[in-house]
Design a protein around this ligand. Structure first.
Ligand SMILES: Nc1ncnc2c1ncn2[C@@H]1O[C@H](COP(=O)(O)OP(=O)(O)OP(=O)(O)O)[C@@H](O)[C@H]1O
Ligand SMILES: [Mg+2]
Length: 243
C-alpha cells in the first residue's frame, strides 16, 4: 500500500472530527473519499499532510509511519491541493507553477521542463502564462492549483473538492485531466461531495459519516448500492429526471 490509515483519530479541541478512520490507497489508484458536509473529508486530508496532528492511530506512507511537519510530508512525495484553490493571487501563472517546485530544490532547467509538462496537461495555462492569479476564472484557478501541486512531482496527490463551484463542462474536463494524471503514474486520493462524479473516475471509494467510514468498496459496487443511492446519489438522479 502507498498510503494506510489505521484507526486515525483527529480532534479540534473537544470536537472529535475523525473517530477512528482506516483506509488504504494502493499505488496507481484513484480512491474517492465521499460524504456529506462536516463528515471529516478535509480533516482526513489535513491529517495525512500533517497540517493536523492525529491524537490516535497511525498514518503510513510507503510502509513508514508519517511524522514531522507538512514540509516533511511534501518532501516525502505527498502534495495536498486544499479546498478553495489557494493559489497566489499576486503572482503570475508561471510563477505560481515555479513555486510548486520549491520543495524539491530542482534546477532551473528541470523546473522549466516541468512547467512545459504542465502546459501540455493543462493547455489553457500556457495561454494564461503571464496573467496574475486573481484574474483567472474559478476553473482556471483550480487547474493552476492542481498543476502547482504536481510541480512537486508527488507520488500521492490529495485533492480536496476540485469540482466545487465549477460549471459542469469544466468539471467534465477537470475529471478527464485527473484521470490522465493518474495514468501518468500519480496516485490520487480525491475528496468530493459529488459522489456520482467521483465514482466515475475512481476505482474504489470510502464514504465518511461523522468521522467514521460508513461504506467502502469498488466504485462500481457503490454506484449500485441502495444505501448509497438513497443517501448520496439521489440528488443527481433527480437532476437527470425530466421536469
Ligand atoms: N478548524 C476547526 N475547528 C473546529 N471544528 C472544525 C474545524 N474544522 C472542521 N471542524 C469540524 O470537524 C468536522 C469535520 O469537518 P471537515 O471540514 O473535515 O468536513 P468535510 O467533510 O470536509 O466537510 P465539507 O464537505 O463541508 O468540506 C465538522 O464537524 C466540522 O465542523
Ligand atoms: Mg471539506
Amino acid at each position: 500500500m502507498l498510503l494506510e490509515l489505521r484507526d486515525v483519530v483527529t480532534r479540534y479541541g473537544e470536537i472529535e472530527a475523525l473517530r477512528g478512520i482506516s483506509l488504504e490507497v494502493a499505488p496507481g489508484e484513484i480512491v474517492a473519499l465521499l460524504g456529506a458536509n462536516g463528515a471529516g473529508k478535509s480533516t482526513t486530508l489535513k491529517t495525512i499532510s500533517r497540517v493536523l496532528i492525529p491524537a490516535g492511530g497511525e498514518v503510513r506512507f510507503d510502509g513508514k509511519p508519517l511524522s514531522g511537519s507538512p514540509e516533511d510530508v511534501v518532501a516525502l512525495g505527498i502534495a495536498h491541493v486544499p479546498e478553495g484553490r489557494k493559489i497566489f493571487p499576486g503572482l503570475s501563472v508561471v510563477d505560481n507553477l515555479r513555486l510548486g517546485a520549491t520543495p524539491r530544490n530542482a534546477k532551473r532547467g528541470e523546473v522549466q521542463r516541468d512547467v512545459e509538462e504542465m502546459f501540455a496537461l493543462f493547455p489553457m495555462l500556457r495561454t494564461l502564462n503571464a496573467k496574475l492569479g486573481w484574474t483567472l476564472s474559478g476553473g482556471e484557478q483550480q487547474m493552476l492549483a492542481i498543476a502547482r501541486g504536481l510541480m512537486a512531482r508527488p507520488r500521492l496527490l490529495l485533492l480536496d473538492e476540485p469540482s466545487l463551484g465549477l460549471a459542469p463542462l469544466i468539471v467534465t474536463d477537470l475529471m478527464e485531466r485527473i484521470l490522465r494524471i493518474a495514468r501518468d503514474g500519480t496516485t490520487i486520493l480525491l475528496v468530493e461531495q459529488n459522489a456520482h462524479l467521483a465514482l466515475q473516475i475512481a476505482q474504489r471509494a470510502y464514504v465518511l459519516e461523522t468521522g467514521r467510514v460508513a461504506l467502502q468498496g469498488p466504485a462500481r459496487d457503490l454506484l449500485a448500492n441502495e444505501e448509497m443511492q438513497r443517501a448520496y446519489l439521489g440528488s443527481a438522479v433527480r437532476v437527470a429526471a425530466p421536469a
